[in-house]
Design a protein around this ligand. Structure first.
Ligand code: BGC
Length: 749
């Protein structure tokens, strides 16, 4: 009997333990976070807010070292490590975290900006595709590869609007337009986070740099930003809002001060807007050392004050400045920072660690087998080629120099970038993949050229001013039927801390182009760069120009595809190309002013330069195709709408040329009269449409209140009744159809 009793008691105990375990497993993430928080000492909490650079390259100035990082991790003083990739490395660091008292896993962050092992085109190039599914796919692949390499978190997308091509970081964003930028922000967040955190192919995204970093005065990196709150809300914040709405797990603040308050201590941005009005549930990381840099700003005296200002303003994690780890305990003791403020930051970070599944298995992203099988698959390579082709902008194509005939005897490939390989990756690419697999223009052409002979001459360097190679290049060109010139910047001339006051095509490259044009041969110029450059002579004299940015691993194949017409280019500029630096800042969605110039020569007391036209060299939205498109038959469902109605506008888009091709049909609106005033044009919709030769499709846009609203002086999101100009076209300066409609107070009949 006693034995039976004992057995029953044991069974009861086992089931109680099982139920207990099940209950623990069934706990929600918020419950698990609270349980853990209760066990943590203040020092352990502060450790979670501290992020340090790992053993990969540093992407900023290293703060003086603090001894062994692994020992600090074991003591629970580090919550996250950046710049550490690969299963082997991440495992070693996670091993140390597993020796800490509470075994809280580390988060590994990395700038996976445009690809991980397979490099995709730079973000600005991808933006030129205006192709959201393709952009999302690119981020998806980057995430899949990064997550297989031990990375939990990418510091992307950068969603900073940029109206100044001198700023080196234009390469990293989506250009100048808030509407296009918002769609791209959404696509990238969805791409990185896939079906949601916790999946083995999803990494946390990070919308950066919050906020207005792209408006650095003079285009000089890290410089101050001074702007009206209305411009902030209308132009610079929308892509951040889109990223938050898309579920971005994290935000990063920025180096700049905004109207005198550094972003890293800007509670208006972080507390009022992001965590308040927008209800953001993720966490905010500072930029590299930006909390400590507030001493240089003159905003605080020392790191103690810096930590105080930042944590209270809503910066949850300190990247690399060590202000938090060294000062927060004292700030709590001094009653300057409350434990609940610390808890709130820790809670946000732990929540993400739980969502990623790291408490179930801290090594789940560090699996050597997966790392081997997931990286560099043929599908990834093919997607990179497809994305690269979609990013190439045909700026000019006179006399149909392009596409190239397959029957040419010989082609001369001339210029400093013809055989360049690793350069094709551009800035913010990782040293993970095999650089021998990157396809240069020369290699791409070798694959595509068939019997056509390829002659190669460098001609000159990128920045060097020697003309010693001109003669040989001239002679090479004389032997060829067609000349293709690969010109541009060095990849490290755009990117962080890469602002330029002079954005002309560098060195003597434009002189080489002139010399080659003197041969009388048909010339095609390919321009490689991370920003809009100035190249007026080339633009005015060379018959065919392709802007190829930095296209990534498959650059050469993609360029050859386009040169031969195996792919018909359809990209459109996401940023205005100025005639010269004196026009900057230049953007299409400006106000009309009281004395607008009528045309480029109207300088009679108008808002104009007496030595330069107002128009850009290439406008926002510009980009040609090997075929042509006709726009006709604009019609409205009705011409009046009230606030809660919508109307549709339709038109017929026809492929009027010889090649199948894609057009990005763009819809712009202008409120004719309002207070405050509205821009002369704002992109409010677009559709990318594939048409066979002769084919016509009806395109329809819906216009509702959302498209007609704007911020008034009190920053209220309002509509004002009145007349709206409607413009539909192939570029912001190539409007093919226009009319107007009105927003009225009462429902229209
Ligand atoms: C950049 C960030 C980047 C960080 C980490 C900073 O210098 O501004 O965009 O994510 O470094 O590499």
């Amino acid at each position: 009997m006693n034995r039976i009793k004992t057995i029953i008691s044991i069974c009861l105990l086992i089931s109680l333990i099982t139920i207990g375990n099940l209950y623990a497993q069934q706990k929600t993430i918020p419950q698990k976070v609270e349980d853990l928080l209760k066990k943590m000492t203040l020092a352990e909490k502060i450790g979670q807010l501290n992020q340090l650079n790992g053993d990969w390259e540093a992407t900023g100035p290293i703060t003086k070292d603090v001894g062994s990082k692994l020992d600090a991790i074991k003591r629970g003083e580090i919550g996250s490590v950046l710049n550490i990739v690969g299963v082997q490395h991440t495992r070693a660091f996670q091993d140390a975290a597993m020796q800490s008292r509470l075994k809280i896993p580390l988060l590994f962050g990395q700038d996976v900006i445009h690809g991980y092992s397979i490099t995709f085109p730079i973000p600005l190039a991808e933006a030129a595709s205006w192709d959201m599914p393709a952009i999302e796919k690119s981020a998806r692949i980057a995430a899949t590869e990064a997550a297989a390499g031990g990375v939990h978190w990418t510091f992307a997308p950068m969603v900073d609007i940029a109206r100044d091509p001198r700023w080196g970081r234009v390469m990293e964003g989506a250009g100048e337009d808030p509407y296009l930028g918002s769609l791209i922000a959404t696509a990238r967040v969805h791409g990185f986070q896939g079906k949601g955190l916790g999946n083995l192919d999803a990494v946390m995204s990070c919308a950066k740099h919050f906020a207005a970093y792209g408006a650095a005065i003079g285009g000089r990196d890290y410089n101050s930003v001074d702007m009206s709150l209305r411009t902030l809300w209308e132009i610079y914040l929308p892509p951040f809002k889109a990223a938050a709405d898309a579920g971005a797990a994290t935000f990063m603040n920025s180096f700049n001060d905004l109207n005198g308050t550094p972003a890293s201590a800007n509670s208006y941005l972080m507390r009022d807007i992001l965590k308040g009005k927008w209800g953001f549930k993720g966490f905010v990381v500072s930029d590299w050392g930006s909390i400590g840099e507030m001493i240089n700003h003159g905003y605080v005296k020392n790191n103690y004050e810096a930590a105080n200002a930042s944590i209270n303003a809503g910066s949850d994690m300190d990247m690399e400045s060590r202000s938090y780890i060294n000062n927060l305990a004292k700030l709590v003791a001094d009653k300057k920072v409350s434990v609940s403020t610390i808890d709130e930051a820790v809670r946000r970070i732990l929540t993400k660690k739980f969502e990623l599944g790291l408490f179930d298995d801290p090594y789940r992203f560090s699996n050597a087998e997966r790392e081997k099988s997931v990286l560099n698959t043929p599908e990834h390579v093919e997607a990179a080629r497809e994305m690269a082709r979609k990013s190439i902008v045909l700026l000019k194509n006179e006399h149909n120099v392009l596409p190239l005939s397959k029957d040419l005897n010989s082609i001369a490939l001339i210029g400093p970038l013809v055989t360049a390989k690793k350069e094709m990756k551009g800035f913010w690419s990782l040293d993970v993949g095999d650089e021998t697999k990157i396809v240069s223009l020369y290699e791409g052409m070798q694959q595509a050229a068939g019997k056509t002979k390829l002659l190669v001459a460098k001609g000159c360097d990128i920045t060097d001013t020697s003309r010693a190679g001109f003669d040989e290049a001239y002679k090479t060109a004389m032997h060829a039927d067609v000349v293709i010139m690969a010109m541009g910047e060095r990849p490290d001339m755009t990117g962080e801390a890469k602002s330029r006051s002079n954005i002309h095509l560098p060195g003597v490259q434009e002189d080489l182009i002139k010399a080659i044009m003197a041969t009388g041969k048909p010339v095609v110029v390919l321009l490689m760069s991370g920003r809009p450059m100035v190249f007026n002579w080339t633009a005015d004299h060379v018959p065919a120009i392709l802007y190829t940015w930095w296209l990534g691993n498959q650059a050469g194949n993609a360029m050859a595809d386009v040169l031969y017409g195996n792919y018909n280019p359809g990209a459109k500029l996401p940023i205005t190309f100025p005639r010269t630096e004196g026009q900057i800042p230049i953007y299409y969605n400006h106000y009309n002013t009281g004395r607008p110039a009528h045309g480029d020569n109207d300088v009679n007391y108008t808002s104009a330069y007496i030595d330069l036209p107002n128009s850009p060299k290439y406008a926002f939205g510009h980009g040609l195709s090997y075929t042509t498109f006709g726009y006709s038959n604009l019609r409205f469902s009705k011409k009046f709408l009230s606030k809660n109605e919508s109307i549709t506008v339709s038109f017929d888009l026809q492929n009027t040329g010889k090649y199948a091709g894609e057009e990005v049909a763009q819809l712009y609106l202008r409120q004719m009269v309002s207070q405050p005033v509205r821009p002369i044009k704002e992109l409010k919709g677009f559709q990318k449409v594939m048409l066979q030769p002769g084919e016509t499709k009806t395109i329809t846009f819906t216009i509702d209140k959302q498209k007609l609203s704007f911020y008034n002086d009190q920053l209220q999101w309002i509509t004002e009744p009145g007349e709206f100009g409607l413009m539909i076209g192939s570029a912001s300066d190539d409007i093919r159809l226009q009319d107007s409609f009105s927003l009225v107070n009462t429902p229209a009949h």
